[in-house]
Design a protein around this ligand. Structure first.
Ligand code: KG4
Ligand code: ZN
Length: 362
């Protein structure tokens, strides 16, 4: 007799999306999304040009119950049917993380269901396995508003960080450049759109870290160079804005290509050939960046996998999926589990890192 699939509710509240989803995982490791409800808080934060933590936490409190109910209804399951409830327990804005984790604990207690405290970065790392059959090890490039990392994904719970940003996250740099140019939040898509009409060669922006033997990123010098040009042009005309965006994006492309090439080389040296290069996070929806990643993967004789945009950006299905992967290994958590603003993905992985990097975020 075929054993029953696991059903997991996932809750995501680490930043400015309130999200819940129910997924099903079969014994053969394949997955199916039964519901995936995401409510973005962009409208609440847009007037401030970025995410305001207090506003985010309050919005999660207001919205989460209704979103969980909607996810359960759409999946047509009751709380008693769940094999586990998973919540992102960090890293992220602590107010939101507390809301999501506490809600998950309450559901787990009331319905006597296992609790799984998921690292939000682990959820991004495992998401491609929900959409395609993908075996370990693979190389993840995660670039969002809060993270910029190259990670060796060796197994569930086994991660080695190969590179990270030493200052701004890549999405954050896009957002800050947009803000300088009075483009609306979130800035990434706006900068990409404006860049399409600009001359990428007009401004000679720096490519920080280019050629370095480690695979770390630095974006603040590039951001400052853009700021200096904006100040000089005061105020920039529409063509200036397009040229500034094109120049900034071209620099990001060059430095990203260089850093990932190095990252893949370091991966190969330590772990052998990766099964794929996986891109995730909001920045992975930038078409120019995707195309650059495609070329780099081909040069490294591997394939590029980019989950569909709705699974690249923050969502509940990725938390539920990571929960299901952990549940399959009996990696559950207890009621003492604390929410965490910072939580390094490779914290508990025992693999020694030959190319260690330290000064870093998360
Ligand atoms: O993964 P995500 O939705 O949320 C988190 O930050 O966790 O990523 C959002 C970030 C924002 O900084 C946004 O400006 C950036 O991803 N982004 C982009 C693009 N679309 C979103 N950056 C560059 N080009 C884009 N097309
Ligand atoms: Zn994220």
């Amino acid at each position: 007799m075929a054993s029953k699939p696991t059903l997991v509710l996932g809750i995501e509240t680490t930043c400015d999306e309130t999200a819940a989803a129910v997924i099903e995982r079969q014994r053969d490791g394949s997955g199916k999304i039964l519901s995936n409800i995401v409510r973005s808080q962009i409208d609440e934060h847009a007037p401030f040009g970025g995410v305001v933590p207090e506003i985010a936490a309050r919005a999660h409190v207001d919205m989460l119950d209704g979103i969980i109910r909607a996810a359960m209804n759409e999946a047509n399951v009751g709380f008693g049917d769940l094999s586990a409830v998973a919540a992102a327990a960090g890293p992220g804005l602590i107010g939101g993380v507390i809301v999501g984790l506490t809600t998950a604990k309450a559901i787990a207690l009331v319905h006597d269901t296992p609790l799984i405290a998921v690292n939000h970065l682990e959820a991004h790392a495992l998401t491609p396995r929900l959409t395609v059959p993908l075996t370990f090890p693979y190389c993840l490039f995660l670039a969002s508003g809060g993270h910029t990392q190259i990670v060796a994904v060796l197994g569930v719970g086994k991660y080695v960080r190969i590179g990270t940003t030493l200052d701004d996250a890549m999405g954050e740099a896009f957002d800050k450049v947009a803000k300088m140019l009075d483009l609306p939040y979130p800035g990434g898509p706006q900068v990409e759109r404006a860049a399409a009409h600009g001359d990428p060669a007009r401004f000679d922006f720096p490519r920080p870290m280019l050629g370095r033997p480690d695979a770390n990123f630095s974006l603040s010098g590039l951001k400052t160079a853009v700021r200096n040009e904006v100040a000089r042009l005061d105020p920039p005309e529409p063509q200036d804005i397009a040229d500034l965006c094109a120049g900034f994006q071209a620099a990001v492309l060059d430095l990203t290509a260089d850093r990932i090439r190095v990252g893949l080389r370091l991966f190969q040296q330590q772990f052998g050939p990766p099964r794929a290069l996986v891109a995730a996070g909001g920045v992975a929806s930038n078409l120019a960046i995707r195309s650059a990643l495609h070329d780099i993967a081909a040069q490294a004789q591997t394939t590029l996998i980019v989950p569909p945009p709705a699974l690249c950006t923050d969502n509940g299905a990725m938390i539920a999926w990571a929960g299901a992967e952990r549940l399959a290994l009996r990696l559950t958590d207890d009621m003492e589990t604390a929410p965490r603003a910072r939580w390094r993905l490779d914290e508990t992985t025992q693999t020694p890192l030959k190319f260690a990097n330290t000064r870093a975020r998360h």
